[in-house]
Design a protein around this ligand. Structure first.
Ligand code: DC
Length: 209
């Protein structure tokens, strides 16, 4: 049976880097669940739908395709912002539960692990996941990492702007009423403030192998 690894944590903490590394090493599929909210945000931006129009937003969910979530457009700061807003809507979250829960069955057959990263994977989506990891790092360190990542893509955003966006997303993700970002009681907390991805990966291997 495929084992589920749930990875949760705040923005720019390195969840997707870690998930990608596990996926490559163990030839196992990964779902970046934030992409579902991003794909939905992009759709509503393109269709000029207001983020207050929940009914119209819900109608767009049918266009989200698990096989097709790799557009670069998903990572604009407008999408960052709108995806965070719509992810606070209960009906939106409820509708996305089934899609996320279908992932291990759909892609995990014959694989060692199915990796899902997000904010509520260990708490709401897969409360019975085999392994639950909560990644953490100080906001200053996450802002620096994000800045370096953006520089690699030939962008040069100010540190202040990134830092303030990270703080504002943290606030939204952690204080929303529905499925706020928090560690599951039985998760393993990995604080990555002072360690790099290799060290995080080594710590993780101790847990999953
Ligand atoms: O992980 P990300 O930055 O791609 O996520 C985009 C937004 O979606 C972020 O503001 C939080 C939200 N999100 C969520 O509420 N629940 C998840 N499981 C994943 C992401």
């Amino acid at each position: 049976m495929v084992k589920i690894i749930a990875i949760d944590g705040p923005a720019s903490v390195g969840k997707s880097t870690l998930a990608k590394k596990i996926s490559k090493t163990f030839k196992s599929p990964v779902l970046y669940s934030g992409k579902l909210y991003r794909a939905l945000a992009l759709k509503i931006i393109k269709r000029n739908i207001s983020f207050n129009n929940t009914e119209a937003i819900l109608k767009c969910i049918k266009y989200i395709d698990l096989d097709n979530l790799s557009s670069a457009e998903l990572y604009s700061s407008q999408v960052d912002n709108i995806s965070s807003i719509i992810s606070a809507k209960k009906q939106v979250r409820n509708k996305l539960v089934t899609l996320q829960r279908s992932f291990p069955k759909k892609y995990g057959s014959g694989k060692k692990f199915a990796i899902i990263e997000g904010r509520d994977i260990g708490t709401i989506i897969f409360p019975k996941a085999d392994y639950k990891i909560f990644l953490w790092a100080a906001a200053e360190v996450r802002a620096k990492r994000r800045q370096e990542q953006l520089r690699k893509n030939a962008k040069n955003p100010s540190y202040r702007k990134i830092f303030s966006e990270i703080n504002s997303r943290d606030r939204k993700d952690m204080t929303r009423k529905i499925a706020p970002l928090m560690p599951a009681a039985n998760s393993v907390l990995l604080d990555t403030t002072y360690i790099d991805i290799e060290q995080v990966f080594n710590a993780l291997k101790e847990i999953i192998l």
